[in-house]
Structure formats: structure tokens, C-alpha cells
Design a protein around this ligand. Structure first.
Ligand SMILES: C[S@@+](CC[C@H](N)C(=O)[O-])C[C@H]1O[C@@H](n2cnc3c(N)ncnc32)[C@H](O)[C@@H]1O
Length: 223
């Protein structure tokens, strides 16, 4: 159930989206029965729409879990395109590896088993799309790396930015143990909205999604 929009609206949106077939469908059914953390149906749809417009060549994902979103996004890559995805938890990493193999995508989706905090500073590639879907308390630290690694005209998508709606509440209305994440996520959202290199918005779907477009440097293009 949604903590962000009325349940009846959320239920309706979910109802009209058909379940996926094949491996993605299997993972969706498993996620419903267990606690598998995968993107919600409506966020999956939104990403599909954005990527079908963007047609990326290179995607960076931070937070693979079992590989559901990586496999979904791979459908929208240009021919020969690649996804680099980072997962720090061995159980998830192993499940993702198995799913990527089952999907026959070993040459398309490259999986790194490490904390993104260690990986991101050493990456030098640039990406058309970055999907940030990891520990919410780290988004703020990851942002400078995402901005450095994102190509001009690239898209940064960050999931779970409203954290069950708590991020929109006043600090004193949030349980004490959640206040650090509350503060960090608010800093992240303030930064993306006010950063002059980005055009950003916050959408109240799923657990809250932030979309950031990295502006192109028009002066350089003219020159
Ligand atoms: C919400 S799940 C990702 C779901 C996945 N994107 C999907 O929709 O199929 C978040 C995952 O990020 C991983 N994670 C969290 N913080 C991380 C970090 N700093 N580095 C790498 N992985 C991280 C967690 O172990 C978890 O599996």
C-alpha cells in the first residue's frame, strides 16, 4: 500500500498495469510473496517510458538487489548498450548473478559486488542514465559522483526519495531514529532542485521518485 497517495488511486494504477511475463514476471511474483526489494509496478512503468524515449547506450545502477530493474532497463538499451550495476550484499549479488544468467544478459549487464561508496570514486566512464536505488542515507554522498558520471543530457533517476512520506514531514514529527535519514534526504532533494546544472522534479509515485536532467552546455555547443 502507498504511504504517499490515496490507496484507491494507487490500487487503480497498479491494477491497470499488466503483470510482466517471463523472468520479470517470476521475480515480481516472488517479490510479492517475500520481502524482495524491487521497484514498484508504477515506477517500473515510469522508467520504461523514460528509457524508451532516451534509448540509452550506457546505464549505471546503484543498488541491484536481485537484478529486476537492471533486466527491465536492458530492454531499452541501444544495440550493444551496457548496464553497470553495483550491489554490496552477497545474497542479493548471487541472486542477481543467477537471474542475469537466466536472462542470457551476462554480456550486457555487468555486476559489481562492492559498496558503491568504494566503487563510485574510481569510475571514469560516463553514463546516459543513472538509476540510484540504494541506501537512502547515502544518496547525498553519492550525488557528486552521479553528477560527475552523468553525461550532458543524461538522466538521473532516484527511487525512494520520500521514504514512506516521512521526508515531507517536519523533523520533530519523525521518529528520532529516522531523523538522520530525513535530514540527509532533504539535503539531497534541496541540492538536486537548486543545482544549476540540473532540471529536477520530485514525483509522489511509489516511495517517491526524483528525476534530474543534466542540462547541456549550450555555450559550448554554439562554440
Ligand atoms: C531497493 S533495493 C534495489 C532494487 C533494484 N534496483 C530493483 O528494483 O530490482 C536496494 C539494494 O541496494 C543495495 N545497496 C544499498 N546500499 C548500497 C551501497 N552503498 N552499495 C551497493 N549496494 C547497496 C541493497 O543491498 C539492496 O539490495
Amino acid at each position: 500500500m502507498s504511504d504517499i497517495i490515496y490507496d484507491y488511486i494507487n490500487d487503480y494504477i497498479r491494477e491497470i498495469i499488466p503483470d510482466s511475463s517471463g523472468l520479470l514476471g517470476q521475480i515480481e511474483r516472488e517479490a510479492e510473496k517475500t520481502d524482495l526489494p524491487i521497484i514498484s509496478k508504477e515506477v517500473a512503468r515510469m522508467i520504461s517510458v523514460l528509457l524508451s524515449i532516451k534509448k540509452p547506450q550506457k546505464i549505471l545502477e546503484i543498488g541491484t538487489a536481485v537484478g529486476y530493474s537492471a533486466i527491465l532497463m536492458s530492454q531499452y538499451l541501444q544495440e550493444g548498450g551496457q548496464i553497470l550495476t553495483i550491489e554490496r550484499y552477497d545474497v542479493m549479488y548471487n541472486a542477481a548473478k543467477e537471474n542475469i544468467q537466466k536472462a542470457g544478459l551476462e554480456n550486457t549487464i555487468y555486476l559489481i559486488e562492492k559498496d558503491a561508496e568504494e566503487v563510485l570514486p574510481n569510475l571514469e566512464d560516463s553514463f546516459d542514465v543513472i538509476f540510484l536505488d540504494a541506501a537512502k542515507g547515502q544518496y547525498n554522498n553519492f550525488l557528486p559522483h552521479c553528477l560527475r558520471l552523468l553525461k550532458e543530457d543524461g538522466l538521473l533517476i532516484a527511487d525512494n526519495v520520500l521514504h514512506k512520506g516521512t521526508v515531507a514531514k517536519l523533523r520533530y514529527d519523525v521518529p528520532r531514529r529516522q531523523r538522520t535519514i530525513h535530514k540527509r534526504m532533504r539535503n539531497f532533494l534541496w541540492e538536486i532542485i537548486h543545482n544549476e546544472d540540473l532540471e529536477s522534479c520530485i514525483l509522489p509515485i511509489g516511495d517517491g521518485v526524483a528525476l534530474c536532467h543534466k542540462k547541456t552546455n549550450k555555450a559550448e555547443l554554439k562554440g
